[in-house]
Structures are given as C-alpha cells and as structure tokens.
Design a protein around this ligand. Structure first.
Ligand SMILES: [Cu+2]
Length: 291
C-alpha cells in the first residue's frame, strides 16, 4: 500500500501538467489561478486513477483466479488484521497527502500575483488602492473592475479609470470586458437583482454574484486574445443569454480603447442632457415631469 501511495504521488507529479488538458479536467491556460486549479485537479485525478486501477485490478484478479470450480472448497477466513490496518492507514495517508498539497496550493490560488513586466503601469492610469478585499503584493499596479450582474447582462465598470485620467465618470461596457495584458486585474463581483455566477473557465473558478455583497476574484492574462464565459447559475428566463467575453489587449491598445469608450460615453451623456433640456422646455399638454 505504501508502494501504491508512492506510485500515485510520482504519477501525479509526472503527468499533472498537460495530459488530458481541458478534456476531463478544468479549462485553463488564460490566467495563473486557472492553471493552478487545473494542476490541483490533475494531481487528485491521477492519485484517484492509481487507486481505482489498484482496487479494481485486485478485485478482477481475485474473481478470476479464485472462481468457483468443481471440487473446490472455499477456505473460511475471518479477517486479516494486518491487511485491514494496512488499507486503513494507506487510505489515510493518501487523504492526508492530498489535503497537504491542496492547502499548500490554496494560498497562491487565492492571492493575486504581481503584474508582469510589460503590463499597465501606474502612470498609465492603473489603480493603486488598498481598500479592496484582495490585493496583489504591495506596490504592484493593478486594475480593479466591478462586475455587475443583472437580469440578463454583465456590466463592467472600470473603477477609478475616469477619475484618474480625465475627471469623467468611470467608463463601463456590457458583455465585453476589456483588460490590459500582463496586468493583475482584480474583479469586484456584485449583483443588482438575483444571484448570478461569474465564470470564464480559462481564467479561473466561478464566483457568485450575490445582491448586497461583494465577492472578489482576479486574473492576469499573458496572451492577448478573447476568453469566453457564461453565467453559471440559473438566474431566470434570460439566463442562457448571459454570456461574457473578456478581451485582453496590450496596455497601449487597451488605453486607446478605454479612451474611445469614454469619448463615446461623453457624447451619449451630452445627447441625453440635451434631450432632457428640450423636454424641460415643453409646456402645456406636451410637458414631461422630471425627464
Ligand atoms: Cu445570470
């Protein structure tokens, strides 16, 4: 049994990184936390495979080797103390090993890493605050984006961006989340109505969006590209349409995108204000109260 455990751990260490990637194991590849979750899953999976093959193999061998035959009389044995203690201790050792590995990995899965070289810098408008529930190690620039779930769309508010860059309100987008590459992006996940679940499989685990609470997660994307996801919690009749797409752009392109967004919002706001002013002018039967 000790040999079996050792084999299991060696197999886990050897095969964990890429075998079966994304087939029967969690999606990953977009962000370090997603990769670590997938690694942890792989380790557990390989240990489980070794145990499964060992147990089922022994069972099959015994069934065939000692099957009923004419003239054979079964020996009546009453328990084998050494064997029973052996498999109890063996199972406990496997469990303890998995628990130790899991807890050892958990800290780095939960804690945002520092931004990589080439990421957004503070002078570019990255936010540096300490009020968030989770933050990367001190001094590393990072973005905080509020993910606001509602029936039935995701809204992304680029917190602090407007105020730091040109005193406009924070820009926002729907469905599409734009982020700079190599930059730690902390997500503040909230909900406006019912419980939703934020989930971009390549970028990490699910995070529930609960009305009245803020839950936190993060990702850091090295490669520019698109990462797709879907609300993972049945939240109403429009649940199926609640998809999301994260687009990672090199920092300079990302900044240009956000500035264009801000300019668009400014035009939209001015149009809205003009429309309200026009409505305010109306008198008589065409008057509108508090447009
Ligand atoms: Cu939803």
């Amino acid at each position: 049994m000790t040999l079996l455990c050792a084999l299991a751990l060696v197999a886990a260490a050897v095969f964990a990184p890429d075998a079966f990637a994304n087939l029967i194991t969690p999606a990953s590849g977009g962000s370090p936390n997603a990769n670590q979750i997938a690694n942890l899953y792989d380790i557990t999976l390989y240990v489980a495979i070794v145990v499964f093959v060992g147990v089922e193999g022994t069972l099959l061998y015994t069934l065939l080797r000692f099957r009923k035959r004419k003239g054979r009389v079964a020996v009546q044995i009453h328990g084998n103390t050494r064997l029973e203690i052996g498999w109890t201790v063996g199972a406990a050792v496997v469990l303890i090993a998995l628990a130790v590995i899991t807890f050892a990995e958990l800290h780095s899965i939960r804690t945002p890493p520092v931004s990589s070289p080439g990421g957004l810098s503070v002078s570019d408008g990255a936010e540096l605050t300490s009020s968030d529930a989770i933050t990367p190690p001190k001094g590393s620039p990072y973005m905080t984006i509020q993910v606001n779930a509602r029936q039935f769309v995701w809204q992304f508010v680029y917190l602090g961006f407007g105020k730091q860059v040109d005193q406009l309100d924070d820009p926002y987008t729907y469905y599409h989340l734009y982020v700079p590459t190599n930059t730690t992006v902390v997500l503040k996940v909230v909900s406006q109505d019912v419980v939703h679940s934020w989930w971009i499989p390549d970028l990490g685990g699910k995070v529930q969006a609960v009305p009245g609470y803020a839950n936190w997660t993060y990702f850091k994307i090295a490669k520019p590209g698109n990462y797709f996801g879907q609300c993972a919690f049945l939240c109403g009749e429009g649940h199926a349409t609640m998809r999301a797409e994260v687009t990672a752009l090199p920092p300079q392109q990302w900044l240009a995108k956000l500035h264009a967004l801000e300019a668009g919002l400014k035009v939209g706001k001015a149009g809205g204000a003009a429309g309200r002013a026009a409505l305010n002018q109306r008198t008589g039967s065409g008057a509108v109260e508090n447009p």
